[in-house]
Design a protein around this ligand. Structure first.
Ligand SMILES: NC(=O)c1ccc[n+]([C@@H]2O[C@H](COP(=O)([O-])OP(=O)(O)OC[C@H]3O[C@@H](n4cnc5c(N)ncnc54)[C@H](O)[C@@H]3O)[C@@H](O)[C@H]2O)c1
Ligand SMILES: N[C@@H](CCC(=O)O)C(=O)O
Length: 429
């Protein structure tokens, strides 16, 4: 039975690239390289549990709306399910299933004791009031109460969600079970047991991986020209940290468009502008306007897609001028585009490595919570950096040993570890 028979089909447009099919292709490629048994591939290409719940919400107008909320638990072979919750209008069950699978390989690659999961609600959070978002978040978590827990499945932020939603979810779960359970989510505010360093963690991890890749090419971050698509949690943190390290951030964008400066943007000023303009960077005076599409093909050294999937495709891959593409988003470069970039000698730093800083600090938050100890930011950053640099070098070594791309190297490590654990646990009869 293929998953296609379980998951509903989606958009019929010829340009549609199914994220779940893409994720399965990566799994197949890694499994082929590892010569995995077909039975193991069958197990790993199916999520263990797919939950879709109806989330009724009373809007401020008094009208009742019902939205669909998903949680896909891909694998718990290495530990509790782990992964973010996305609020975005393009969320579908196939997308959430793909992102859940990516979480499994990401946690395995980083050597943290988790499986993989993802959640999502197909809403545009910008169209809802804070009160409406709170009601949606609480009801969604109430509907999932039997499926999550600190040793079962631990959600975290993803696109469209942040520490605020995590606090509502932690509170709702705690009220339902009758006592405070901070460990049920990560990415929480510090006031309810969050970790220092979590907010900047994904951007910091991406910065570390880019720094290591540049070092392997005999370069440093100083003066390197960087373009970043997405100026949310991940993109803005990466921009800030790269800027502090001396890189020249020549362009950034968000869903409304982008800004470009040949001499480099002043990122603290741009962040202040975005904060004053409801997160919009459009109209920032010390730069010229640029479209999202143009940002991807600018002459630069490093391109960091930090927004949605499928941004670099067969259509535009040959126009990308960067020498390094760091996937801070999940799945921003399609399989075909990746092959085309690699054939031109572009270094593609795969998502399950480049954006793993977030889940690594989620893990550190969970560990601190379970041990009732709280570390300073310097320690959190140091522990995260250690795991990121270690994973980077393992991927490089694997790539050299097997003569494969960095993506296939990362996937063979992640998939291989899960397959080994699956076999050792005797789950594969
Ligand atoms: N938050 C995390 O801890 C984390 C960790 C690992 C990976 N990721 C991944 O990073 C990506 C971004 O997540 P985030 O947490 O920064 O989300 P976010 O909601 O904080 O920010 C998303 C940004 O992308 C922009 N955007 C949306 N659509 C766009 C488009 N079509 N073109 C250009 N920009 C667009 C938004 O305007 C916003 O600036 C996602 O792929 C997510 O899965 C997030
Ligand atoms: N949503 C993030 C973070 C997950 C987490 O911290 O659990 C990711 O894709 O990696």
């Amino acid at each position: 039975m293929s998953l296609a028979s379980v998951l509903p089909l989606e958009a019929a447009s010829p340009a549609y690239i199914c994220p779940f099919d893409q994720a399965c292709s990566y799994l197949e490629a890694a499994a082929k390289e590892l010569r995995l048994d077909r039975g193991i591939i069958e197990i790993l290409s199916h999520p263990r549990k797919v939950v879709t719940v109806s989330v009724p919400v009373k809007l401020d107008s008094g009208e009742i709306q019902v939205v669909a909320g998903h949680r896909v638990q891909h694998s718990d072979v290495l530990g509790p399910y782990k992964g973010g919750i996305r609020y975005h209008p393009a969320v579908t069950l196939r997308e959430v299933s793909a992102l859940a699978m990516l979480m499994t390989w990401k946690c395995a690659l980083l050597g943290i004791p988790y499986g993989g999961a993802k959640g999502g609600i197909a809403i545009d959070p910008k169209r809802y009031s804070v009160g409406e978002l709170e009601r949606i978040s609480r009801r969604y978590i109430s509907e999932l109460i039997k499926d999550i827990g600190p040793s079962v499945d631990i959600p975290a932020p993803d696109m469209g969600t942040s520490a605020r939603e995590m606090a509502w979810m932690m509170d709702t779960y705690s009220v339902n079970v009758g006592h405070a359970v901070p460990g049920v989510v990560t990415g929480k505010p510090l006031s309810v047991g969050g970790s220092r360093g979590r907010e900047m963690a994904t951007g910091r991890g991406a910065m570390i991986i880019v720094r290591e890749a540049l070092a392997d090419q005999g370069k440093s971050l100083a003066g390197v020209r960087v373009a970043i698509q997405g100026f949310g949690n991940v993109g803005s943190a990466a921009a800030e940290l790269l800027y502090e390290a001396g890189a020249k951030i020549i362009a950034v964008s968000n869903s409304a468009g982008g800004v470009f400066s040949q001499d480099g943007l002043d990122i603290p000023k741009l962040k202040a502008y975005a904060a004053e303009n409801r997160k919009s960077i459009v109209g920032y005076p010390q730069a010229v306007a640029i479209s999202n599409a143009d940002l991807l093909t600018l002459p630069c050294d490093v391109l960091i897609p930090a927004a949605l999937e499928n941004q670099i495709t067969e259509e535009n891959a040959n126009q990308v001028q960067a020498q390094i593409v760091a996937e801070a988003a999940n799945g921003p470069v399609t399989l075909e585009a990746s092959l085309s970039l690699e054939a031109r000698g572009v270094t593609v730093l795969p998502d399950i490595l480049a954006n793993a800083g977030g889940v690594v600090v989620s893990y550190l938050e969970w560990v601190q919570g379970l041990s009732y100890l709280f570390w300073d930011e310097e320690r959190v950053n140091r522990e995260m950096e250690h795991l990121m640099v270690q994973a980077y070098h393992q991927v490089i070594q694997q790539s050299k040993k097997r003569q494969v791309s960095l993506r296939l190297a990362a996937y063979t490590l992640g998939v291989g570890r899960v397959a080994q654990a699956l076999t050792d646990r005797g789950l594969y009869p």
